[in-house]
Design a protein around this ligand. Structure first.
Ligand SMILES: Nc1ncnc2c1ncn2[C@@H]1O[C@H](COP(=O)(O)OP(=O)(O)OP(=O)(O)O)[C@@H](O)[C@H]1O
Length: 200
């Protein structure tokens, strides 16, 4: 199956306010979409909508492929060592070789030397890279990344860009909400502020 994402005239309402309306776009395998816009314009809400966690107020969201969401929280158990916290999630998806996938993902984000360290002891940037490793190990087709570069140093931003390039080269799709510029060749960009709904 080939991954794809299609939004048709999508609107989002939260807390009684219409955040945006009229969003129509399509992303196909190997594609990427950068979502920009001021704080509160609905970037995280759009990602949650694509993930199926929030129903669209209007319009239609179609996804082909398995989804992984990188939200603000890492979703990793702070009391477990990093490799075990990641393996917990990798085993849930039912795919083969969870431990090998975790080891590969840790190497992708240069955390292999911290595999035996409890998650709660990781630094902010390390925790962010660990959360990205969870997404990598999932082997999902459609990655939804909410501010993945927050807290990352320059070298780690380059790692993130490389990881995204490999994911797309394998036929994956990336949707990235970010305030920071990222090098994502050929990515489409949507400024959600331009779709701000005029009426509540
Ligand atoms: N669970 C909720 N219930 C009600 N309103 C919410 C909820 N979650 C978010 N909102 C509101 O929806 C709006 C959009 O929030 P969202 O997190 O999607 O914005 P964002 O563009 O990702 O912002 P930022 O750049 O600060 O991350 C905000 O005004 C927020 O207060």
């Amino acid at each position: 199956m080939s991954a794809s994402l299609t939004l048709s005239d999508v609107a989002c309402r939260r807390g009684g306010r219409l955040l945006f309306a009229g969003v129509t776009l399509a992303v196909t395998a190997r594609g990427a979409l950068v979502v920009t816009g001021a704080n509160g314009c609905g970037k995280s809400s759009l990602l949650r909508m694509i993930a199926g966690l929030l129903p669209p107020f209007a319009g239609d969201v179609q996804v082909e492929g398995r989804i992984a969401l990188l939200g603000e929280a890492s979703a990793l158990d702070g009391e477990r060592v990093l490799s075990a916290a990641l393996a917990f999630w990798a085993k849930l998806d039912g795919l083969a070789d969870p431990d090998a996938r975790v080891a590969g993902a840790l190497a992708d984000v240069a955390l292999q030397d911290l595999a035996d360290v409890p998650v709660r002891l990781l630094s902010t940037g390390q925790r962010r890279r660990a959360a990205l490793a969870r997404v990598i190990a999932s082997r999902a087709d459609l990655w939804l990344l909410d501010e993945p570069a927050t807290g990352l140093d320059g070298a780690s931003v380059v790692l993130l860009e490389q990881v995204l390039a490999r994911h797309r080269a394998r036929g994956g799709i990336a949707v990235v909400a970010t305030h920071q510029p990222l090098d994502l060749p050929g990515a489409a960009t949507i400024d959600l502020a331009a779709f701000r709904a005029e009426a509540a």
